[in-house]
Structure formats: C-alpha cells, structure tokens
Design a binder for this molecule. Structure first.
Ligand SMILES: [Zn+2]
Length: 311
C-alpha cells in the first residue's frame, strides 16, 4: 500500500497543501492565507482540505508536516517567533493537533528551510551538497546546506534570516527592526510602500493596479512604465546584493532562486548572474545560480522529506 503524507506550506499570502507519495506531490490545493485571523482558525480549513484529498483517493494519512514562515523549534515542535502574522501561533501545540486530527507523526520547521531541503532532494540542487536557496515572496526566505548538512543553529535561526541581511546600512527601516534589509527593497510586502512613496506614482499605470505584487511590477515594466521599470531594477539589484551576501556567508556551490517571480526566470536569472559573479570573492570557481525546479512544491516536498527521514 502507498504511504501518503500531508505537507502544509503556510505562506504570508497563500497556503499550499500537498499530498505526497513516493517523493512526489500527487494532489495539491492552494488557498488564501488569513494570517490576521490566526493560525488555529486556519488549521481547521487545512484539515478539511487534507481530509478531502485523502477521501478522493481512499487513502489513509501516514504523517503531516508544516513549513511555517517564522522561527520554529523543530525539536520541541513549537513556533518561537512570527513577524506580525499568525499572532496565536506560539501558543499552539501543533503536534497534538496532528495527533487529534489523524493520529499521525508530525514535523515542523521554517518554510524557507524546508523549501531548501525540497530543492536539495528533488529539485534544482540535487547534484550538490553545498546549496543556498533564496525564496522571493511576501518576505524573502533563505536557508543553507553546508557539506551535506542542513544548517539550523543553536536557536534554530541560522541561515534563515538572509532576507534580513542589510544591504544599505543607512537605508529603509525593515519590519524586523533592522535597517536596509533585502526584504525592505525586494519583497512583495515592501512593494506597495516603494510604489506609493514615489513622485511618479500618480502617472504610473501601477496607480490603477488592484494588487501591487511582482507580477504587476514586471508586467507594467514590460509595458514601459517608468516607475515599474525603476522598482523592477531595485528588486533585481536587492536580490543580487542578497545573493552576494549569502555566497560570502555560506560558501555554496549552487544558489537556487525560488518564489512566484521565478515563473519569469528568463527576466531574473541572467541579470542576477551577471550582477553577482563579478562581485563575489570566490577563487575556487564559479557559483551556479539557478531557478527553482519545484516552484510552490518545494516546501511541501521538503517538510515531508524531513518528516520521513528525520532530517
Ligand atoms: Zn529586516
């Protein structure tokens, strides 16, 4: 009989729920995240979606994993810190929730760290033991594999705060408390402020866009919109600076860029590669900069892999 595992990738904007069997996502549902409504309320919906996927296959669940956008203790299985979203998360006993719901083993860790394991085991980093993944979304998540070992650190925050490496010491305040973070320039949450602060906003087609996300910026830039071209440039340059810092910090052979914007990898990868390579101190050779192969499946596959193999 096939074993089925549920992988839940809780983003700032979307919740991706996958049913995984044999290292592949065999069913998936993406629903809108409601971080302001709290995590407990969201979990009920997640359970119903997983139950529906299981029922459709006549399958029984063997385990569940959660990739969470915040600091997570994967040993005690507790959420340690969130950046304003899911305010109730630290109080919840999620292992008990999975046991009540399905009577199965449970695992949880940071979402970007789980996406990194996904790319390492099933995606664009399969051929290396030295990998950094940077996932561009509502925030910017990062994580590192060094000499075949997933970096976690004593307080479980090693590697995952790459979005909060400062690229401008006298720059913008970030939502984390630091100044000039990569996230303050190149994350989706930062876009609206960037756009609306600009004197070019009123004349820009972005003033008529319903949602200001990466797709809106890249579409408007492609159509020649002056403000959108400026913001796209700022994003590309902030990601490039972030990648240079990550290479200097973690000594990877491969850097994988993930997130929805990598649907446009042909507009992102050549620029970032040309910007990064001349600026890194890397005498051993050339770091490969690649696009995700898994897109939104990376975190689902990663957290299920860690659950199954006790990574
Ligand atoms: Zn920050």
């Amino acid at each position: 009989m096939e074993n089925y595992f549920a992988g839940i990738d809780l983003g700032g904007t979307r919740v991706k729920i996958g049913l995984v069997s044999g290292g592949a996502v065999v069913a998936k549902k993406v629903i809108a995240a409601r971080p302001e409504g709290g995590l407990a309320a969201g979990l009920q919906v997640v359970k119903e979606e997983i139950d529906a996927m299981l029922a459709a296959r006549g399958a029984v669940l063997s385990g569940a994993g959660l990739a969470f956008p915040g600091l997570v203790d994967p040993v005690r299985k507790r959420i340690l810190s969130t950046n304003k979203a899911y305010a109730d998360a630290r109080e919840l006993d999620l292992e008990a929730w999975a046991k009540r719901a399905w009577g199965v083993p449970f695992f949880m860790d940071n979402d970007a760290r789980m996406a990194t394991v996904g790319e390492w085991k099933y995606g664009a980093g399969r051929d290396t033991e030295d990998l950094v993944v940077m996932t561009i979304g509502t925030g910017i998540g990062t994580s590192a594999i060094i000499e075949g070992k997933l970096l976690r650190g004593r307080h479980f925050q090693a590697g995952i705060l790459g979005g909060h490496l400062s690229i401008k010491y006298d720059g913008r305040p970030c939502n984390c408390g630091n100044i000039g973070c990569v996230e303050a320039y190149g994350s989706t949450w930062s876009l609206e402020g960037t756009v609306k602060r600009s004197p070019d906003y009123a004349a820009s087609m972005l003033s008529k866009a319903g949602t200001i996300d990466m797709a809106a910026i890249f579409d408007a830039a492609g159509a020649g919109d002056k403000l959108a071209i400026h913001v796209r440039q700022q994003c590309l340059d902030s990601w490039s600076a972030g990648v240079i810092n990550l290479i200097h910090a973690y000594d990877p052979e491969v850097v994988v860029l993930g997130g929805g914007v990598m649907h446009r990898a042909d507009e992102v990868l050549p620029y970032v590669t040309e910007k990064v390579l001349p600026h890194v101190w890397c005498p051993w050779g050339r770091v490969q900069i690649r696009a995700t192969q898994l897109l939104s499946d990376a975190g689902i596959l990663g957290v299920v892999h860690c659950l199954q193999h006790k990574v």
